[in-house]
Design a protein around this ligand. Structure first.
Ligand code: ARG
Length: 264
């Protein structure tokens, strides 16, 4: 397994584009770097290859690599960020991917889509979230590039759950954890019907980034702010829980998974 992370040296909260971001609450830069290093070093011990892209002083959110886009084969579909504050990240990701021998591709400029944070493949279905950050129409192009068999649109309407990866996490093809309150009744029904083991997470746990986990085989890397009952729930599904402090990143509305872009 290979992943991309972006260094944390320029991470900060300098604007507010989600309800977590409050520019008056200062980021502790030293802790942010230590939290990121700790996560990265642990991932390496799992045998995962971690490649690191340089951050940019003009882009304080670029550390959230899950928003870069999505790798399909050798093609990297670049995100079109919704907010003007993040739009410039696209060029930086494009440069990195072409310099790293991938083929960066763009979708139409007028459509927004924020990468693997918004779109998750489970079994043969691509869960295509839209609403806050990604346009529904972006999937006409995304799905062609992704070449998936089936798609299911998922509408996100709660400002706290602006990306799919903050309210839904696939543990394996039959198992996922999710925050029911983040979804419409219809979408909930679909998820319940189509995912064998679909485990609801409390609102508290979801708001502590308990759905924003990174999974490596049976290991679930997750925010240390989740409840003991969520830990036990995940363990009962035969996964091992490894907790990480990501409190500095939560100030920007991100957890463990947000910091990682998978390159498989
Ligand atoms: N501050 C960032 C934003 O609002 C956080 C991104 C979180 N990333 C994620 N994969 N959910 O865009």
């Amino acid at each position: 397994m290979k992943v991309l992370m972006v260094d944390p040296y320029n991470f900060d909260v300098k604007y507010s584009i989600n309800p977590w971001m409050n520019t008056e609450i200062k980021v502790d830069k030293k802790s942010a770097i230590a939290q990121w290093e700790n996560l990265k070093n642990y991932i390496i011990t799992l045998g995962v290859e971690v490649v690191v892209m340089d951050s940019s002083p003009l882009q304080p959110d670029i550390v959230f690599a899950a928003n870069a886009g999505k790798l399909i084969g050798n093609k990297f579909i670049l995100s079109n960020f919704k907010d003007k504050e993040r739009k410039e990240e696209k060029a930086l990701f494009r440069n990195w991917f072409s310099a790293s021998n991938y083929k960066p591709v763009s979708i139409s400029e007028n459509l927004t889509w924020e990468g693997e944070a918004c779109t998750i493949e489970i079994k043969e279905t691509l869960l295509c979230s839209y609403g806050y950050r990604s346009d529904r129409d972006s999937y006409n192009e995304i799905c062609k590039l992704w070449k998936t068999k089936k798609t299911k649109f998922v509408y996100l309407s709660d400002p706290y759950f602006y990306h799919l990866d903050v309210c839904f996490c696939k543990l394996n093809n039959d198992t996922a954890i999710y925050c029911p309150l983040a979804f419409t009744a219809k979408d909930r029904e679909w998820l319940e019907k189509n995912i064998k083991n679909l485990i609801p997470v409390s609102l508290d746990d979801a708001l502590n980034f308990g759905c924003n986990a990174f999974v490596v085989e049976n290991k679930v890397l997750i925010s240390d702010q989740i409840s003991e009952s969520l830990v036990e729930m995940i363990q009962s599904l035969n996964f091992q829980v490894i907790k990480f402090e990501v409190s500095e990143y939560i100030k920007a509305g991100g957890g463990v998974k947000c910091l990682i872009c998978t390159l498989d």
